[in-house]
Write a protein that binds this ligand. Sequence first.
Ligand code: GLA
Length: 387
Amino acid sequence: MKSTNFYVAMLAAGLLSFSACNQSTKQSTKMTDSTTVGQLPAASGFEKTIDGKTTKLYMLKNSKGVQAAITNYGGRLVSLLVPDKKGTMVDVIAGPASVDDYESAKSNYYGALIGRYGNRIGNAKFTLDGKEYKLPANNGPNTLHGGKEGFDGKVWDAKQVDATTLELSYTSADGEQGFPGTLKTTVTYKLTDDNALEIHYSATTDKNTVVNLTNHSYFNLNGCGSGSILKHSLQLAADNFTPVDKTLIPTGKIAPVQSTPFDFRKATTIGARINEGDEQLKNGQGYDHNFVLNQHTLQTPIATVLGDVSGIEMEVFTEEPGIQFYSGNFMKGEFKFKGDVKDDNRTAFALETQHFPDSPNKPSFPSTELKPGQTYKTTTIYKFSAK
Ligand code: GLA
């Protein structure tokens, strides 16, 4: 964007957010072109005591006026206001507006930090150093997103470091949800001046264990509550993906995306092939698959998504070897979102950076083991622009 246009856009954004702050209602307002004028939700909806700990809403803001709201209940990203092609601030995070509503919608993991093990572990067990560890099954026969009481339901200790940085910590006791070792976890959310949200994960253990942390934000780049995401275009730098069985556990194969509906190497709309009679699409009831990234450094985006109405583009950078692309197939319109809308089917998508599902049972996949003395460290960045 040219600097004059940028200035005009920022001025418009500033005026909008100013007027938004002066409205009595905290709900988002629908625009005629079906993008949504974003506002941060009321902090009061996030003040609660759970397990003797206080939950709150924390606000981050960069010098460009981009804002993020994060709650320490599950370390969830609640809102992210970024400018669209007209300079209007749009909340690209789909999810509820209060802790109560997040608790009701717990099964969908809206915005949450996921641990100890993001994605599935087959048959709710794994063997490490010759010992079998049994986990709670919470997704058919499998363990999903850390088990029945994963990190998404924990109240994290929060430290607001400065206007753009929030540090969240949680210590998971040895044996919690069946996993060995005391896992000390810190996740830092940082908003940068190039309109990127960085998520830095780190963890240590006092016994050999497995760990796979991620964030489960649901995005709608036209704005939370603006309808289907099927016309968003998606590009993924992945020549291969990991096909799954009917319970969404990888078969162990690394399969080429070539000539399948999983080929997103050129930008393609999410909806273009989603209803094809492909066996893998049937297993996932749409896209709910791990893609094997061609490279995973913070230098090159591995995913690029464009909101068809807003012109908002999101680039994803990660150090993780995989990404789960989930097209919101299990959203059923049963829970409440910000702006008084329902979480209707496929009105948001997730791109969860991760090690591959079921790695503890798949020796050929990159290892998720963490040993005492080592530090698990990984960064994922979601970067926004508009065109
Ligand atoms: C993950 C899973 C999906 C679904 C969602 C939450 O993305 O892969 O199958 O369970 O979480 O609804």
